[in-house]
Write a protein that binds this ligand. Sequence first.
Ligand SMILES: [Zn+2]
Length: 327
Amino acid sequence: MLGWEPVIGQEHVQEVLQQALAKGRLGHAYLFSGPEGLGQEKVLDALAASLSCSVNILKPCGECEGCRAYAGGNHPDLHRVVPDGASIKLDQIRSLQQVLSLHPYLGSYRVCIVDGAEAMTIQAANSFLKMLEEPGDRVVFILLCRSTQSLPKTVVSRCQVLPFRPIPLSVLQDRLQEEGAPPNKAQAAAFLSGGRPGEAQRLLQDENWQERERIIGDLGAFPGVGGARVLALAEEWSKDREKVDLFLDMALLWYRDLLVLATTDRKDLVVNCDHLPELVNQAQRYAPGELLRALESIEGCRSKLAGNVNLRLLLEDIFFTLEKEVV
Ligand SMILES: [Zn+2]
């Protein structure tokens, strides 16, 4: 799709870019900051489409050579760098440098997208900084990162920062309902996503929703499942490293909800609002201190995951804590 469809909640970003295009005062580097799922790809797509068109930069014509190349996904002036494994390496930035020394082939701009900019190694970031300091003519850099905190200040200060912000939960809920989600699911997905439309839509996909229900089924049985079940759960979840992150995220939200219910009467703050009766019931089986320990145990496991750990033992520790047994 060519052109600038409004992206809900990110009008401030679109406005800045459209004004810059209209006035012919495009910055040479933009930094899209914010957690994923806020419409970054849509805005990026619109901007890249605009910059690809050699006829009308405000409203891409869809017919010129640049537009056709962009639509075909092979515009020669469009470059995208993504992490190679866990990081963006110096070699990747160097090859970008080479490309940028050439004139644009088709459109009037070369567009360089650095996706996951926080993944740049120190060497890559230093090399990238040099490019930012001496931008070639008609080169536009677009960096995507979760937070400006995770990038070197020297890089951030050379970019115009465009913050993508979560949208109000009620607005998101309405929108999900318009898209066909039943009200209780829409509300829960809006809350769980923290106001990120892309994340909410991802959660609502059948497969992901079923996975969430499975996790809640496992967590909702505590305390009182018995030692054998604790060991079985740890074994089961440790086999699936891919899904452990989701499990831990969901476990944190679930136990946070229990703590909210155990210490306040604010049912409106419950994230897993579609499971309120079970939560209310389960909260009565814990003391607040026990819930805090559960949260610490889950959080502790999450921070240890990056290292070389025995996942099964970590999970056993969590499940025993949820079980309120001293390990
Ligand atoms: Zn065009």
